[in-house]
Design a protein around this ligand. Sequence first.
Ligand SMILES: [Zn+2]
Length: 273
Amino acid sequence: MKPDQNNPGRRALFRGVALLGLGAVAGCTGAPGRPSAPAAGPQAAKAMRPSTYRLQPLAGYGPPHAAPTRLPVRHEPILQMDTHDESMVLTFDDGPDPLYTPHILRTLREHDVRAMFFVCGEQVEWNKDLLREMADDGHIVGNHTWTHPLLTEMSRAAMRSEIERTCEIIDDTIGEPPAWFRAPYGAWNRNAFRIGAELGMEPLAWTVDTNDWSEPGTRSIVRAVRAGAAPGVVVLSHDAGGNRSQSVAALRIFLPELLDSGYRITVPRRRGV
Ligand SMILES: [Zn+2]
């Protein structure tokens, strides 16, 4: 997998995504004084409700897997959870990684909180025990493709293979297919939304980017979380893809701080629950 910080086009990509209206989404309202924290509006609330859609068979995702619940196709990712309390969501991308993920899991366990892990299939292949540990601890395992490619440059067939293979290895490993999908580099397009929906996954982006992939220093990561903390915020961090010791150290600082400040660290409701 190509680590995020080794991709020189990453920043340019984010600009491109924003210009397309897929990053800072039209129709979303930014929180006052918090331009980097747009709210997802009523669609986020919709995502929190159990799906009412019928199960439909889907070619290529057949037995022994149950057919995923096909969801309506979104045109933008969810950026923030709709909440009326002090809830926040922590997300960790690119893992699992035997060096860093166990530390993240231990810290979350010490504070008895649940988070979301957007994993890459090729990482799962060699770290299935870590995936089971995530599921056993009540964390949500999401799909982050197989090899972390730039989806916007792929054919539909290649993109579907990347995403579907990852659904299958997650289902095989923890006995449950993923209900959430996150495009690498936050680069979405129409096919990504369609395939995700066909495979029963909601597209989740983030509200606050800690920029931990660039190894900016533990204090910088902590500062980003402190500055962005607000009800419904989704925080992006990484537990793989490079040296993530700063991400591990930052979590040990900002997690107890958030809890002491009255925030409830939680995960969105699973589909059908
Ligand atoms: Zn990633």
